[in-house]
Design a protein around this ligand. Sequence first.
Ligand code: ASP
Ligand code: MG
Length: 440
Amino acid sequence: MNVLKFGGTSVATASAMGQVKDIIEKTNGSVVVLSACGGVTNRLLEAVRLAGNGQVSESAHIIQEIELRHLDLCRDLILDGESRWDAISKIKTVCVELRVFCEGVALLGECTPRSIDTAGSFGERLSTLIFWLYCRSEGMNTILFDAREIMRTDSNFTSAKINFNELQRLTTEKLIPLLTDNTTVITQGFIGADSRGITTTLGRGGSDLSAALIGAALSAHEILIYTDVSGIASADPRIIPSAKPIPEMSFAEARELSFYGAKVLHPETILPAVERGIPVRVLNTFAPDEAGTVIVSEATREHGICAVTLKRNCVCVTSHGLTFADAVAFLGRIANYTSEVYSAVIGESKCFAVIDTPKDTTALENLTNGAPSNTSIQEVTLLCGVGIGLNGHIATKFSESVSNFSPFAILYGASDVGIIALLPPQSADDALRAVHQIIE
Ligand code: ASP
Ligand code: MG
């Protein structure tokens, strides 16, 4: 049993949906989790916000645009006349529900988080409906399954948390019986329902999490996340055009890479699967034969750095000559000031922390009690080499490769899966190229 998830760009157009169908046939997809067609969720949220402001005609205009977009998909995808008419009428019915809902919000004159979730859910409801009708018209054995039947969440609208025990119970009761030979179940990412059956969402970009949760509840053999890039690259291809996907990486590495700036999928979203030993493969809908990247709990590949990333727009806040206790208090105040501390070090003569560049640095300058002149603030870019088995030999090679780029500090040993260099922003790209050479 496998779970396939396709993001917004994979279902944005008729030709993309055609690719998705081919992939499902080739991989014998058991459960397919879809996002809304690219851009639709944003438009829905805009429509409901306008409705809440009383801007009824602007809201209706957006709904009209969403309806037309989905009707066009029906026309492009479903060739048989009768099936096409059936699809068009089904889409129109859902859009009537959406229109009436937004009119209701306009009457109330307020757009609550609960309303936002109901409106937002229409994107996935429409994309799965069309895709299912399309697969059916092509003779595939598919079932459309409403994710709200199993995705039981709390009532924390717009970022609801799943009740995994309930998900597992409901999956066993309602989803597993549908998964007989050769049937593909198509369902929505992102959406759920609370114990009263009211629609919730898991938060923006929540479809990956949906796929991981459903995969975990099913004890799937693997989860395939299809996006528009071929896995997780060894570096940002805009800086290193030759960067290649990393065949296999551990969850800890993926998390480190994302923490230090790489635009990989949000690793936390796949944690429910990785924790249960289910591999998560990141693949490309538009190049499905490329191997992509598999994320596992423990990587088995050869030790070393596999990827390098830059965290830009940081500052390093340094204080000199503090006692250990004062240094701890100083770093504590920095942590109170911002939730994102990328590294913090206490040495004998100085201590420092690296954080996102704040809009205004005056508050930071006053963080050293009594002696603000002791604090200095410097713009830095963090370069993080991510890998496993990072021994002294690897750290030496890393240090040598960044040595020409005036690093302020190199942090080895602070993380099991990363070595970090603090660099002047202007030399960071060149340093990244140099580090990438040692992993090629
Ligand atoms: N459609 C939702 C969003 O745009 C969920 C997702 O795509 O993962 O946030
Ligand atoms: Mg998305």
